[in-house]
Design a protein around this ligand. Structure first.
Ligand code: GLP
Length: 255
């Protein structure tokens, strides 16, 4: 695991987009694991720029998203389907058939979760998984206490997570209580991980993730065990780290 501190959120986004673009350039049929939330937005903007200005080609790329709220239809403005199409997919040349996002409207959620896992395996496994982090240290919607070996399944959201995400909904009651999420085991199977964090609100979670003991109570700490993980943070998210970290990864081209 490598920790990189960038001077700004914009610099963080440029680096993470470059790491993803590098995977796609080396493997045009790359399988990308994608994330939602405000943190990866800059990465998506930069990937769109690389597509439009530098011809980064997504035509053979496949994607699998980490999670989706249970009960929100695909056209709901707060659904992760809507988020991904608005903020990335409609701006690049991805084949819609290659896009996979958990279906929060599925009538058979356990069956859907098994199918989702099978599709990832059938595609050849994730080449790189992009991750944000919750202020409680969750990754995807794997809340504290989640099994470190878990697979895709439905999870009850912590009240803190619902409060963090309430800013996107009109009322607290509208914030979904459940989500379908890739498991921690699913995420760890990805050949590469990129975990991003910005802002002082993530400083605690980042300090625990990088320097604390590995524990299910802070699910992101599992990333310490991954052989090819890069944690990229901006200055405010780095303030509780006690060790020194570089501003560039030791090897930019990781693939
Ligand atoms: C949600 C998502 C996570 C994301 C987290 C942080 O809980 N399920 O994947 O990492 O929000 O969101 P933000 O980047 O907006 O802080």
């Amino acid at each position: 695991m490598e920790v990189v501190i960038k001077s700004s959120a914009e610099e963080m986004s440029k680096l993470s987009a470059e790491l993803i673009a590098d995977v796609v350039r080396h493997k045009p049929r790359a399988i990308l694991g994608l994330a939602t939330g405000s943190t990866p937005l800059g990465t998506y903007k930069e990937l769109i720029r690389l597509h439009k200005e530098e011809g980064l080609d997504f035509s053979r790329v496949s994607t699998f998203n980490l999670d989706e709220y249970v009960g929100l239809t695909h056209d709901h403005p707060q659904s992760y389907h809507y988020f991904m199409w608005e903020n990335l997919f409609k701006h690049i040349n991805i084949n819609p058939k290659n896009v996979h996002i958990p279906d929060g409207t599925s009538k058979d959620v356990p069956g859907f979760c098994r199918w989702y896992e099978e599709q990832i395996v059938k595609a050849g496994g994730l080449d790189v998984q992009l991750l944000g982090i919750g202020s409680n240290g969750h990754i995807a919607f794997n809340e504290p206490g989640s099994s470190l070996g878990s697979r895709t399944r439905v999870k009850t959201l912590d009240e803190g997570t619902r409060k963090d995400n309430a800013r996107f909904f009109k009322t607290m009651e509208e914030v979904p209580k459940y989500a379908i999420t890739m498991g921690i085991g699913t995420i760890m199977d990805s050949r590469q991980l990129i975990l991003l964090a910005t802002g002082a609100g993530k400083a605690d979670a980042i300090a625990k993730t990088c320097e604390g003991p590995i524990t299910a109570l802070v699910p992101a700490t599992i990333v310490q065990l991954h052989p090819k993980a890069t944690i990229v943070v901006d200055k405010p998210a780095s303030t509780k780290l006690t060790r020194e970290y570089p501003a560039e990864p030791s090897v930019l081209v990781l693939s």
